[in-house]
Design a protein around this ligand. Sequence first.
Ligand SMILES: [Zn+2]
Length: 310
Amino acid sequence: MSEYSGRHRPATRAERRAIERRSRLPKSFGPAYLVPTAAAATLVLTAAGATAASSSSFAGGAGTQAGAAFLAEGQDKGTTSLLSDPALGDDAREEVAASAQESSGLATRRQAVSTSVAKDQGRTQERKRVARDAARKEIAADKKRDAKIAADKKRDETSSTTPATSSSSTSSDTPAQGAQGAQSWVKPLDNAVFTSPFGTRWGKLHAGQDYAASIGTPLKAMSSGTVIGAGPMSGYGNYIDVKYWDGTVSRYGHLSSISASVGQQVSTGDVVALSGNTGHSTGPHLHMEIHPGGGGAIDPAGWLAERGIS
Ligand SMILES: [Zn+2]
């Protein structure tokens, strides 16, 4: 009995087809073999060596319990109604009893069929259990992987902010670095008043960002780096280019004076020029450009925001 405890679930359509197919196949068994599905189901419940007589009483007792179990699960209305229908149940029991009297050989073959149905069901359940286990394992692995990715990401974010901290601690050994970390970033001028963004203006690209600044306002290196260009230039008036440790080049234009020379190492916050109104300028201001890797100018807004100095 215990090996059929898993029977208390609705038969799948394939299983029911298999039961029907088997109940039809062996014609030599005679018309008595063509028992209703309910009888076949009863046989499955009683297959393990039970005699037809005892299975008859079994169908009345345990069979009702089986029906109750189906009802409790609220599934397989067809089987439930068959098993709980007293009239049909009696018919099935009569069929079983009658067929048992026919011949012991038939009863044996029938049991073999029922056992094989039960085995099929057992195999199906085993396949389903294996599939469920595999799915569960896969989900668990996915969760583990997601957790690892999240942890890695968190570690990366933490370590990316670490250099600024560690370099500021090493900067205490190198006074030239000043109070600012070598890889930290500062605004080019204090109390900056943003006046004009990067973008096309009157059909020409305004390749930088403008800040109103009275003439003589100190302009600072935004991080540690090297001065790679300085002097007068058409349009810019006086300009200074600083290449930072990360390869970014900043350009300041319209300067009134330049206070660092080409090739000079600068530290974060070092004053490299004073603002002015030279070149094509409609009033005192700083024109600042950002060239990542020394290439084409980009909109400084996003670049500044990434460094927390917008
Ligand atoms: Zn400008």
